[in-house]
Design a protein around this ligand. Sequence first.
Ligand code: FES
Ligand code: FE2
Ligand code: FE2
Length: 424
Amino acid sequence: MDGFDEDLVNALKDVVRHGNWCCVGEKRNFKPGCTKLYSEDGEHVVLVRTEDDGFWAMDSSCPHEGGPLELGDIEDLGNGKLGLICPWHHFDFCLETGISSTGLQNQVYEVRVVQEKVYINTQNMLSLSPVPEDSSVPSGTLPLEAPIPTTSENSLCFWARKILCTPDPKEKVTLTQEVQERWNSGKITEVGEAAPPAQPWRKDNLTVVDPKKMKRGRGGTLASRIALLHSLANMEQWAIDLSWDMIARFSNFRLSTGEPLPLQFFNDFVKVAGDEAKHYNLMEQRLTELGSYFGALPVHNGLWQSAKDTSHSPLARLAVINMIHEARGLDVHPQTTSRFAAQGDDGSVRALEVIYSEEITHVAAGLRWFTYICREQGLDCLATFHEMVKKHFRGYLKPPFNTEGRKLAGMTEEWYVPLVRPSS
Ligand code: FES
Ligand SMILES: [Fe+2]
Ligand SMILES: [Fe+2]
């Protein structure tokens, strides 16, 4: 038996032995490059065919911030191995191991080609076209009362709406800081109620692209730093809006006792909005210092999609935005700062450290109000959290986790470890 036959027999034995090999089609259907394969559990896969006819597979959602790896480039990593480069911030992922030089790691899958058919070793069914979404309306455990009236200029919600409808990020920041000062000094006296806009306003000159389509050009190290700072400034602008949206949208929420959320809830989210305004300024200032500006590159509205998916329930919103997305920000902080540090960009590192310490308090605020509402409603906090995340956040959570940072926010492992993909 020659080598090929032996391989074939071994591969076939494996296919028979384990039920986890999924045939994704004829080899000739896959041109060199990347093909996205859709998984029923939302954790889609990218199949890579290299010029030398090698086949590799890994999760298509980048472990950094979910960038679309199927739109990435395949490059020589300089160590004799090939890697997939994420189009959003250019993190590299070795095709063989999924390991990135940034310290992150992506899940890889074994691929076999047997009798001209491609097999991937995964627990899920994969297909070339999207699995139809569950069309059922998300069922919030806590229905909101509608419609929401708009109240006087002396209310926090009046200003929350006003800031959401302010397209210029600089004005958004200034107004946020003024309102924070007036709220803290007692010049704004009531929470009030106001309907937030369907979507926060944005300046016309900002090029918004589908998060899936966003692809940044290659560049030297300065260009990639600018791209990263630009995407962080965009996230901070969304974070300002998400805080005000939280305030306005849930101002008419009532606990099962009939009571509104306590004043401290609004104090906390005014503080978060003020922090996010500061973070936007820090990122924008670094962009200027590096010779760029906010708006120079396209941006995406991926974070707003999560906000829309959770607009029916404060529990879902707190879970997905504060306890999943913001906690993920803590996880990637060490890799992000090390990229700037490696290039001697101390100014950006200092700005990122300020942001990091305040983001810990945002995760803590999310956790505090999530547990508060659960207890008031007689719900099991952990079980409700896991249920909300599975329902409103597609895919699994990806290690490595910043266990230390999460712990400082009060988020211990029992919150997030059960949301990691179970090993087969
Ligand atoms: S999302 Fe992939 S490198 Fe940032
Ligand atoms: Fe922030
Ligand atoms: Fe934040």
